[in-house]
Design a protein around this ligand. Structure first.
Ligand SMILES: [Zn+2]
Length: 251
């Protein structure tokens, strides 16, 4: 039990470290498989012992060994969030190893989309397509009986988002967000897909109001919606059952 816990935390840190590099390099079209990590300021290669997730950042006190410039806080942050997410997914689904692996994959995919959307303001089509492909494989091989429901959910919720996009003339909802809706809406079954979209709008408007209050955003100015779609999808995967139990008595 304790050993499992330790391994999952460690795996989360390691995959989180990859995630930090991948989301930095992918939108900039830098190859992420080949090539060692380098300092973006002085371009010096980072030694393996300075590239240990989280620990190196703490030992180097957040500075590059060579040029002493600050290392972006995004790296340890992504590593810690990944580690926490790995632990949450593992302990919610440890009885079903297949689901653990599938949901960890979805975590990495969704986290990539969210980070890239936050930093670059784009939702990469490649990642959305990958999510859709994995969802279709899952449906064909593991949930064929519900395939019609899956497709109906994907089609109707994406159409709903497309309608919002067209009605607001693209200001309320970007086309990237409409595309982003495709695969979680197809993967999740009713009522989880509705719960997911509901959570996205709830968290989105909540954070939107806060940003307006602290004057970080203006009313009518668009706030990226992708991160809310992504985070709500992960919340639905991890706590969907529990949340539905809380919400159901109100209907
Ligand atoms: Zn440097």
């Amino acid at each position: 039990m304790f050993l499992n816990f330790f391994i999952v935390i460690l795996l989360g840190l390691i995959f989180g470290s990859f995630l930090g590099v991948f989301t930095y390099r992918f939108p900039k079209k830098i190859p992420f498989v080949k090539g060692r990590s380098f300092c973006p300021k002085c371009k010096k290669q980072i030694n393996w012992f300075d590239n240990i997730p989280l620990l190196s950042f703490i030992f180097l006190k957040g500075n590059c060994r060579h040029c002493k410039k600050k290392i972006s806080f995004r790296y340890p942050l992504i590593e810690v969030i990944s580690s926490i997410s790995f632990v949450l997914i593992y302990f919610n689904y440890q009885a079903d190893l297949f689901k653990v692996i599938l949901f960890l994959f979805f975590y990495l995919l969704i986290a990539s989309v969210v980070i890239i959307d936050l930093e670059e303001g784009i939702i990469p089509d490649e990642l959305i397509f990958l999510g859709l492909t994995v969802s279709f494989f899952y449906i064909i091989f593991f949930d064929n009986a519900n395939s019609f429901q899956h497709l109906l959910g994907g089609f109707s919720l994406s159409s709903f988002m497309l309608l919002l996009h067209l009605l607001t003339k693209g200001k309320g909802m970007g086309l990237g967000d409409v595309k982003f809706t495709l695969f979680p809406a197809t993967f999740l079954l009713f009522p989880f897909n509705i719960l997911w979209l509901f959570l996205s709008f709830l968290t989105g408007s909540f954070v939107g109001v806060i940003l307006i209050l602290v004057k970080k955003a203006k009313f009518g100015k668009e706030i990226a919606f992708g991160p809310f779609l992504g985070v709500s999808f992960l919340i639905t995967l991890i706590w969907g059952q529990t949340l539905l139990k809380w919400i159901m008595p109100f209907f």
